[in-house]
Each structure stands twice: as C-alpha cells, then as structure tokens.
Design a protein around this ligand. Sequence first.
Ligand code: CP
Length: 310
Amino acid sequence: MTFKDGHLLGLEYADKEDIELILNTAKSFREILERPIKKVPTLQGKTVVNLFFESSTRTRISFELAEKRLSADSVNFSSSTSSVKKGETLLDTARNIEAMKIDMVVIRHQSPGAPNFLARNLDANIINAGDGAHEHPTQALLDMMTMLEKYETLEGLKVAIIGDISHSRVALSNIHGLLKMGANVTLCGPATMIPREIEGLGVDVSYHVDEVLEKVDVINVLRIQLERQDSGLFPSLREYHNYFGITRDRLDRLSRPITIMHPGPINRGVEIASDVADSEHSLILNQVTNGVAIRMAVLYLLSGGENVNV
Ligand code: CP
C-alpha cells in the first residue's frame, strides 16, 4: 500500500518522489498559515474522521487545524467516549464510520499496523498519525520540512536521532525518510534502546553522545517515555540525563553550533535541558508550525489534488 494507492501508512512505503511532492506542496500551504484569513476552499465537501485511540496534543490539533484550513468537514473520535469501551472491534468501528459516507480517516492507534489494516478493509483514504512503535510519517515529513528551511538540501546532511530508538515510531519514520532523501543518519542512545542489526537499514550507530554531537549538523532528540523508567532499560532518569541528556555544557564544548529538534512532548531535564530546548538553535516550535502545512499537503494530495494554486 503506497502513497500512490491513496494512503499514507508509513515512509517505508513512500518513494523519494512522493516525499518531495509532499514537501513541495507543504511549502505552498505554509504560506497560507501567514495570511490574515487562513482558510481556502480546497477540500470543501470532503469529510475526514480523526480516529484517536491514543492521547495526542500536536498531531491531533494540527490535523484538525489542517482540515479546517482546507474547509473539510471533520469529525473527532475519541476511544474513551466511544463504543470501543463496550467491546466493539476496530474493524466494526471503522466500518460503521465509513457507512456514514466519509472520505478520509486519520488514525492514531497503539497497535503497529492498525492503519494498514484499515487500508485493506475500507475504501476511504487512510493516514497514519502514529501506530505503536511502527511509524509516524507526518512527524518525519514535518521534521524534514523544518530541516529544509534551514539547510538547502537533505542530501549529505548529517542527522543524529538520540534516545529510545527501539520504542520510537518517530525514529523509524525519520530513518526511512531521511535515508531516501540522501541524508546521513546516526542513531545514538543506550545499547538497550537501539535495535540489534539496525545498521542493516543504512544508518550508523553510536553509544557515545559527545562523539556524535561533534560530527552532526542536526540532532532530533526523542522523548524518554517515563513509563519505561522501571523497565531496566536504563538505571534512572538522572543517569540517562548524565550520559545522554543534551545540556548546554555538552553543546558549549562543540567546535560549532548544531541544530536542535524534538518531536514533543518534551521531558525537560531528562533527554534535553530546558535552556537547550528554548535556545536560539532550537527549531522545536518551527516543527509544530510546519506540522499543519505538512498535514494540509497530505490531505490535499490524497484527495486527488495536484496543482497547488491556493
Ligand atoms: N509529536 C507527537 O506525535 O506529539 P503528540 O503525541 O502530542 O501528537
């Protein structure tokens, strides 16, 4: 199931041409977000359902905003107040929603592959808004868009992804996307948090954050999921911060400044120090702004849009 089949399930299934098309389209939509009236009639008459089975701030709000900016009708589903609570299956929930004549489904689900499952069983366009530890394609697209605003090309750009790679859908989507766009990707974190043999994808792996910081242009720092602190993957949050936390001291020792990114939500003082997250080299809020433009582009292209005259 590729982007050309009408779904965005993961960047593993997208080719370089698809990624470039989304990034270029998003650039045009980014301009709308600066206008006094941030709305165009492009998706008038289309209905989008946002199916969120897991909590979300950035992704849910930015999909909703993207739909509103494009004049789509959107409906929000939350598993906590739905018939899922009464035992309804994902397929029954989705089929019932589709029976109400909707066009697109944005889904966040705790199970890897849930969006692929819907794509096989529904006629609607399916967009993955994060499925377990599998993929989060729109996050990686907005990350790449943000890098491209600062650097002319991703070809040859040195990007490190730092943190719990094993449990991160953001990491996997970034790896697929960045490698397809020609970037050099280094993964860094405790050995317990980096999948074995992941070098086979074409990335470098290092367990020494100071060495990595010295050789890259951009770092994308992942959230340490607080629920993992008793899992034995690392001794304590304080230890994690000491060995892998991105601090002002670490950055001051480098021979040149590097760009700081983080998909959010941030655990300040754990994976990243507060002053680093808010520093002049941080693009964290630019990522959030670009998220709306990327989601507008994906909705537009999947609904059959081609020429971006908005
Ligand atoms: N980056 C991200 O997916 O954030 P949310 O969980 O708030 O959507």
